[in-house]
Design a protein around this ligand. Structure first.
Ligand SMILES: Nc1ncnc2c1ncn2[C@@H]1O[C@H](COP(=O)(O)OP(=O)(O)OP(=O)(O)O)[C@@H](O)[C@H]1O
Ligand SMILES: [Mg+2]
Length: 319
């Protein structure tokens, strides 16, 4: 795997989210009702990366007495039913007979396996699939079934998904009661000084991990602005642009990433989704004239003049 694929930056919200998950994990067996936490954010904001990292810290271990799996991480299947969710969880617990039996026997096997494998934390990614079914219709039978299973096993739960997944908790009073405050991950906003600083620090950390490549200083305010404009400030797009550029540069003698390489990577990986915006890595890109940046999942656009203003401010400060 190319080293750019392995880049992992522990930015402040990443650390906060991991700490919250750890608190939930630690609450298992120590409190009557283990802690639960929702982590929500736009697509590409790094939710799956956060929970995968946590699961990686608490891996499955094969003991003499059997398998220990402290974290059960699963994705909610599209259009979940009790059957498909039970099968997914059984499969993830290594049950070779995951598809065998009716729903009752699957539920019983699941409870047994949760105990046998010493599962402490159930992490459910793509939780918005609960609300995707014909738009706002939540399959409450599945939510109720889920609640029964976790209550029986007294598991801590972390759910991760797009903002709309919170609707499941809003509509299911018993599930909601167990959940603490949301952790929100999302796009870094350029117009917010703190978030802008964190975004630039994120870029610096990425560049440090890619030391075998030469490239313009990504955290410099001008480059950071271009990166932000090209990625909406979302980690997903930011990494797509950088990884794409690294792949292009890998075949070059000096592994050099130039503005042109970034422009090429942007054109291939992102531009198709926003043809009405200029490529921010081209020489003639003008932040003051660029049209508003609009995160695909949001309806409000960010005023480009805001961008321009802050951009100039930072240039002055930086100089
Ligand atoms: N902390 C990080 N450091 C480096 N790269 C990251 C980090 N977080 C996310 N990424 C990269 O950004 C991309 C999107 O991340 P991820 O899949 O975790 O987002 P997501 O919020 O789960 O998106 P979706 O809602 O679409 O599932 C991935 O390629 C991932 O490698
Ligand atoms: Mg994800």
């Amino acid at each position: 795997m190319d080293c750019s694929e392995r880049v992992l930056v522990k930015y402040p919200l990443f650390t906060t989210a991991v700490r919250r998950i750890q608190e939930c994990f630690d609450s298992y067996g120590t409190t009557a009702e283990p802690a639960c936490c929702p982590i929500v954010g736009e697509s590409g904001s790094g939710k799956t990366t956060i929970i995968s990292y946590f699961a990686h810290l608490h891996p499955r271990v094969d003991h003499k007495w059997g398998t220990e799996q402290p974290v059960l991480l699963a994705k909610i299947p599209a259009r979940p039913t009790v059957k498909s969710l039970a099968e997914t969880l059984l499969y993830k617990l290594g049950d070779p007979l995951w598809s065998r039996g009716n729903t009752v026997s699957k539920s019983i096997r699941l409870r047994e396996l949760l105990k046998q494998c010493h599962v402490r934390l159930l992490a459910l990614d793509e939780f918005q699939h609960f609300v995707d079914v014909r738009q706002a219709n939540i399959p409450n039978d599945v939510a109720d079934w889920l609640k029964e299973q976790v209550e029986e096993a007294k598991l801590a739960i972390v759910v991760l998904g797009l903002e709309r997944c919170l609707e499941v908790l809003r509509q299911n009073e018993q599930l909601r009661r167990r959940f603490g405050a949301n952790v929100r991950v999302g796009a870094f906003r350029w117009e917010n000084k703190e978030e802008r600083t964190v975004y630039r620090a994120f870029l610096r950390a990425v560049q440090e991990q890619l030391s075998e490549f030469t490239m313009p200083v990504l955290s410099d305010v001008e480059m950071a602005f271009r990166m932000h404009y090209g990625s909406f400030g979302l980690i997903g797009y930011t990494m797509k642009i950088i990884r794409g550029a690294a792949r292009l540069a890998s075949s070059r003698p000096l592994r050099e990433i130039t503005l042109e390489t970034l422009a090429q990577s942007y054109a291939v990986n992102v531009w198709a989704e926003r043809l009405d915006c200029p490529n921010p890595f081209l020489d003639d890109f003008d932040p003051d004239k660029a049209p508003p940046v609009k995160i695909p999942s949001r309806t409000t656009a960010v005023d480009p003049r805001m961008h321009g203003r802050h951009y100039s401010t930072r240039v002055e400060l930086h100089a």
